[in-house]
Ligand binder design. Structure first.
Ligand SMILES: Cc1cc2nc3c(=O)[nH]c(=O)nc-3n(C[C@H](O)[C@H](O)[C@H](O)COP(=O)(O)OP(=O)(O)OC[C@H]3O[C@@H](n4cnc5c(N)ncnc54)[C@H](O)[C@@H]3O)c2cc1C
Length: 320
């Protein structure tokens, strides 16, 4: 019996959320007396044995080029076969875009109990109870999973990466890849900027910035810090910024290490997409702005005075 941890990759690069999932999965294995193993689909550039430092002894790989890019239906079928071949009974995903689209399908296929948005290790003292976020992070629920096969999708930034010593044995699995039902004929990517969904630092602006002509300072700060830019829906709705930058309940949900909200009120629908960020910094001239309640650091002030000062300080720091 094992805990199988899905290792997510994009263009051959293993994503940071996979390290969180591996660390979490290794601990779940320890708690339940199982073996922790990883699974990678597609070809990767990463040194897979080195992932042993997160606590897995084995990593299975179905390294076929047809699996280099996500196709949720194909991934589900291949993973179902992996579960069957390896006898895994607990499967861990990161609750990322990939995890969200594959884990639920796999749960349906395996008739497994599924917890999405887990925020803590399961309590195994009496059954298998997992704490998860509900209502866009406004409350928690404790879910008892009673099926033999269990699937957990771990929220990003909910569990700290823990790395130690050790290397993993990489085992190639020869599993037939089913023909895809849909074919991607073209992909148009935004180039030259850090992709928002993967950015560690996000500088985000709201209606407090008054107009699109004032986004220069947001872009400058993001570029200085190697981050991405984002915005509130109100801003995207009036076309100050493109819709792919809109974060929140109806936009992209992100979980960067640093989210800086400038001139954004902090409406619940906005918070729903950013409240999993590790550190939130809010700059707002209204001390009563709701965003301050969710902030780790807050600056009450006019963005047009505060942001240029931050830019100046970052430049100074970088020049040393
Ligand atoms: C069903 C539904 C779904 C929604 N989904 C989303 C979503 O996904 N994402 C999202 O963002 N919104 C969403 N909304 C909209 C949301 O409710 C808010 O209306 C929106 O987030 C407000 O955007 P804002 O904070 O930029 O603007 P405002 O609410 O107008 O706030 C502007 C803020 O800027 C501050 N400010 C003004 N001038 C300055 C200055 N010079 N310096 C510093 N601060 C200043 C003000 O004090 C204020 O707090 C949704 C709404 C609904 C009903």
């Amino acid at each position: 019996m094992s805990v199988l941890i899905f290792i997510d990759q994009s263009e051959g690069v293993i994503k940071k959320n996979s390290f969180e999932a591996l660390s979490y999965g290794a601990k779940v294995a320890e708690l339940t007396g199982q073996e922790a193993v990883g699974i990678v689909l597609g070809q990767v550039k990463h040194d897979l044995p080195s992932l042993g430092k997160y606590g897995v002894k084995k990593i299975y790989q179905v390294g076929k080029p047809e699996l280099d890019h996500l196709d949720a239906q194909v991934y589900t079928q291949v993973l179902a076969e992996v579960v069957q071949q390896t006898g895994a009974v607990t499967i861990i995903f990161s609750n990322s875009l990939t995890g969200k689209s594959v884990a639920a399908r796999l749960a349906a296929r395996l008739k497994a109990g599924f917890v999405s948005g887990a925020v803590a290790l399961p309590d195994v003292s009496n059954g298998f109870v997992v704490k998860k976020n509900v209502f866009s992070g406004k409350a928690f629920a404790y879910v008892s999973v009673n099926t033999p096969v269990k699937i957990i999708a771990l929220n990003q930034n909910a569990y700290a990466v823990s790395a130690g010593e050790g290397t993993a044995e990489v085992i190639a699995l020869d599993i037939a890849v089913p023909a895809p039902k849909v074919k991607v004929t073209a992909t148009n990517k935004v180039t030259g900027t850090v992709p928002l969904g993967e950015a560690e630092i996000v500088i985000s602006g709201g209606r407090g910035l008054k107009g699109p002509e004032n986004w220069g300072m947001i872009e400058e700060l993001a570029s200085l810090l190697g981050g991405a830019t984002a915005c509130s829906r109100a801003v995207a709705d009036v076309h100050w910024r493109p819709h792919h930058e809109h974060v929140g309940q109806t936009g992209l949900a992100i979980a960067p290490n640093l989210y800086m909200a400038i001139g954004i009120s902090g409406a619940i629908q906005h918070l729903a997409g950013v409240n999993r960020s590790k550190v939130i910094v809010v700059i707002n001239k209204d001390p009563e702005a709701p965003f301050f309640k969710a902030a780790d650091y807050g600056i009450v002030g006019d963005a047009f005075e505060v942001v240029p000062k931050i830019i100046e300080s970052v430049k100074k720091l970088k020049s040393h």
